[in-house]
Design a protein around this ligand. Structure first.
Ligand code: FAD
Length: 418
């Protein structure tokens, strides 16, 4: 690879990188994507939100997803003890898509980056970005190939979409306290063999542990009888049982009656994986000659499947700003990118906090909500966390607290994080 003619280097070929590369390449810019791994490769983050569809469309990637034969998704079912609540994303406050997909990320990410490459982005796999020097005119980075050979590259702008690699956050010491408890997830893929006719494959199933409501489960059905199944909780709690990851995962599944019953005929099709302490944040999402996208900037928590939506939205917001800047216009990255992007992230953060402190669980498992309130919550859970016409986006903490009290939530709630 040579960078003498490169306009933008994108670090990482996950959803954020692919969407940014695709959109900028379609604008005629010369884009170089550097990816450490080789695709297809496994990634966690398989349940999309309808808001994603808008951003896939903006990046020119929607048709490659729509032709993939993925499992349709139209909502979420929450289960706790004998209680079950379904939320249908088509019945929502905000305008826009009400359906999306549940995807095996190995295939999804591969499709997106192939489409970006068809739109003109150059993609090189097996290239790890190992150093970075910010500069408003010619930011510079060092890449190391699989033989250990190091090369210095420059471009006119760098987008860091390195996800959990967090390249620029590490290189520039941008990390800050994510303001969320460190948690852990144990997950795998199964042939699910679910024969319960009441089970709705078009919705993610979220379960709550019957005794410890801070432990929760996901079951994400894929096409062709496969599913992703995971459990999330406090690191010490989840690690406390079982000798191997498989034994631990099985132990926790056995604790939740609905999951145990649904999965009684399952067969594991990949080893149980684990991730811990994944919440992350940075002091700022931009600097001289660079911006941070998706998980390379901030990651909250998997409970509302917001990760890919935030990743795609960050790409959708950053790409036109990069194009404008390279065209000689002045861009105020703080007010045009950081503040509006963080606005929706904060909505999700408030919902995540309200899930773990019990307010949101009280709301979700309460049966008799007026329809307009249910539609407002459905909107946020469908990913429309930037629609400030929705009162649960405009002031989420206030509305969640009031509604939780009306639903009988009595525990004291910690102050909203500053
Ligand atoms: P990634 O998808 O992580 O892509 C980053 C890419 O950069 C990778 O391919 C990596 O190899 C590459 N890279 C890293 N370092 C370097 C380097 N130095 N040089 C070159 N390349 C590099 N999100 C959802 O939307 N739905 C879910 O259901 C969901 N479930 C989740 C469950 C768990 C337990 C966790 C932890 C997260 C979950 N997420 C979910 C979040 C989701 O995984 C991420 O938000 C999403 O993958 C972020 O996309 P991205 O493009 O920012 O980064």
């Amino acid at each position: 690879i040579s960078s003498t003619d490169t306009d933008v280097i994108v670090i990482g070929a996950g959803p954020a990188g692919a969407a940014a590369a695709s959109r900028l390449a379609r604008e005629g810019l010369r884009i170089e994507v550097l990816e450490r791994d080789h695709f297809p490769r496994f990634s966690i983050g398989e349940s999309l939100l309808p808001q994603c569809m808008t951003h896939l469309d903006e990046a020119g990637l929607l048709s490659s997803v729509q032709t993939a034969d993925y499992q349709l998704k139209n909502g979420a079912v929450f289960t706790r003890d004998d209680h079950e609540t379904a939320i249908d994303f088509r019945d929502k406050f905000s305008a826009g898509w009400g359906t999306t997909y549940q995807v095996e990320r190995a295939d999804f990410d591969h499709r997106l980056i192939r489409a970006a490459s068809e739109h003109g982005a150059r993609v090189t796999f097996g290239m790890t970005v190992t150093d970075f020097h910010p500069d408003s005119e010619r930011p510079q980075l060092q890449v190391t190939d699989e033989a250990g050979k190091q090369t210095l590259l420059t471009a006119r702008f760098v987008l860091d979409a390195s996800g959990y690699g967090r390249v620029l956050a590490r290189q520039l010491s941008l990390s800050r306290d994510p303001r969320l408890e460190p948690r852990m997830a144990l997950f795998t893929h199964v042939e699910d063999h679910i024969d319960d006719t009441r089970f709705d494959r078009e919705k993610i199933l979220i379960g709550v542990h019957p005794q410890d409501t801070s432990v929760w489960y996901w079951l994400i059905p894929f096409a062709r009888g496969r599913a992703s199944v995971g459990v999330v909780g406090d690191i010490d709690t989840l690690s406390s049982r079982g000798e191997s990851p498989e034994a631990r995962w099985q132990h926790w599944i056995d604790d939740e009656p609905r999951f145990r019953k649904l999965l009684q005929g399952h067969r594991l099709i990949r080893p149980v994986g684990s991730l811990k302490g994944y919440a992350a944040d940075v002091e700022r999402l931009h600097g001289p000659g660079y911006a941070l996208l998706g998980n390379a900037g901030e990651f909250l928590d998997p409970v509302f499947s917001s990760g890919v939506t935030i990743a795609l939205r960050s790409a959708s917001m950053a790409a036109p700003l990069v194009a404008r800047q390279l065209d000689g216009e002045r861009v105020d990255w703080h007010t045009e990118f950081e503040l509006p992007l963080r606005r929706g992230i904060e909505t999700f953060r408030t919902f995540v906090n309200a899930w773990y402190d019990g307010r949101l669980q009280s709301i979700i498992f309460h049966d008799a909500h007026p329809r307009d309130l249910k539609r407002m919550i459905s909107s946020v859970l469908a990913g429309y966390a930037w629609d400030t016409d929705n009162p649960f986006v405009a002031s989420p903490d206030k509305h969640l607290t009031t509604l939780a009290q009306l639903c009988g939530h009595t525990h004291s709630t910690p102050a909203a994080p500053s």
